[in-house]
Design a protein around this ligand. Structure first.
Ligand code: MRU
Length: 368
């Protein structure tokens, strides 16, 4: 998508020095647009763990390049041990998003299928690029399928503006391009359908206020930032036509883990008959599990994220200030699980389906 009217992805190899991978340091947005260079496995693990990059699709794509970096920075002929150590460090960096382990497993399979260890580095680079390109392509297709949903609502409203609520950032910044929840919105905008997005600020990391508001602004999509608990009120007053969110891990039965607070939005949507859609590429499905509440690992992050807040001062510098008493106990759960029964439909790269095992497996019969 665009940054200052120029197309940009969230991760890309340097065109002349392929040992360098570029990312946007998302901790600086929206105040600064800074590109960071990653070279070593440690650089990549730090970037994922400390959220220089974040969002399910993007941490998957970053892990793909990290496996390449682990080989590129290894002296001598690499062996299985190098691969497995890198894989373990990456998977441990963040536990909830399925795309991370999925990309690592895909890399391990591609690299070890190459019998010539001298070619492992080149194989890993090609696979990392393929993972990133596929992520972008799948999100583009999610946009095409989700467009039909927005189009139908727009027609029902006689062409009046469609109001979409989203939580967190499942935009292009959470993927390689387009985003999952935002792809249908961008497709609707391109089709000339008037859309307006309610952007949940998304405490405590503020992905909505910092990232979604910024990227929608860059694409010229009308949007309004709201405090996290506003959605229910808006729905009661008919001001939300549909909700579209992303997901970090979805079970084969359609339970959905997403940023903390998503579950409450789904409950409010159900109570107010507002359609609640979840957009995801197939790399987010965890085909091994059915019960999301019992089986999806929920990341707990440092309490400092709740105790303090970072923003820009009047002089333009970034500053962190404390907002709670110094010795306050915290619990910082990063995700929650929305049961499938609250989900109107899943928007995937293969089409839209109901959130139940039969419907999901009808779209993905190879996972039966
Ligand atoms: O902690 P984050 O920012 O990596 O969380 C991921 C998210 O942004 C959301 O949960 C998002 O809605 C799904 S990721 C496509």
């Amino acid at each position: 998508m665009n940054v200052n009217n120029k197309p940009c992805r969230t991760i890309w190899p340097d065109p002349t020095r392929p040992e360098i991978i570029h990312i946007i340091d998302q901790r600086q947005l929206p105040h600064r647009f800074e590109v960071e260079e990653l070279r070593t496995l440690t650089d990549f693990v730090t970037a994922i763990r400390d959220m220089h990059v974040r969002g399910a699709g993007l941490i998957g794509a970053t892990a793909g390049f990290a496996m390449y970096a682990a080989l590129a920075s290894h002296e001598g002929l690499p062996d299985q041990r190098v691969l497995l150590q890198a894989a373990a460090a990456l998977v441990a960096a963040r536990p909830t998003a399925r795309n991370l382990a999925w990309a690592v497993e895909r890399q391990l399979a591609a690299i070890t299928a190459e019998p010539d260890r001298g070619r492992w580095q080149a194989t890993a680079f090609a696979e990392a690029c393929a993972i990133a390109d596929e992520d972008a392509d799948f999100c583009r297709r999610i946009g095409e399928h989700g467009l039909a949903i927005i189009q139908a609502i727009s027609e029902k409203k006689g062409g009046a503006e469609v109001n979409i609520l989203t939580h967190c950032n499942a935009g292009w910044l959470a993927f390689v391009d387009y985003g999952s929840a935002t792809a249908p919105i961008y497709a609707a905008q391109a089709a000339g359908i008037p859309v307006h997005v309610w952007v949940d600020e998304t405490r405590p990391w503020l992905q909505g206020a910092k990232l979604t508001a910024w990227e929608l602004g860059q694409q010229g999509v009308a949007h309004t930032l709201i405090a996290d608990n506003t959605g229910g009120h808006l729905m009661q007053h008919g001001l939300v036509d549909l909700v579209i969110v992303g997901t970090d891990r979805t079970t084969r039965s359609g339970d959905v883990a997403n940023k903390i607070g998503t579950y409450l939005k789904a409950l409010a949507a159900k109570d107010n008959n507002v359609p609640f859609y979840v957009a995801l590429p197939s790399s987010t499905f965890d085909w091994e599990i059915r019960d999301g509440v019992a089986e999806i690992p929920i990341e707990q992050r440092p309490g400092a994220e709740i105790l303090a807040i970072t923003g820009q001062t009047a002089s333009g510098s970034l500053a962190t200030v404390r907002i709670a008493p110094i010795d306050t106990q915290t619990a910082n759960y990063a995700f929650d699980v929305t049961p499938a029964r609250l989900v109107t439909g899943l928007i995937t790269e293969r089409g839209v389906c109901q959130a139940n095992e039969a419907a999901i497996l009808a779209l993905y019969p190879e996972t039966r």
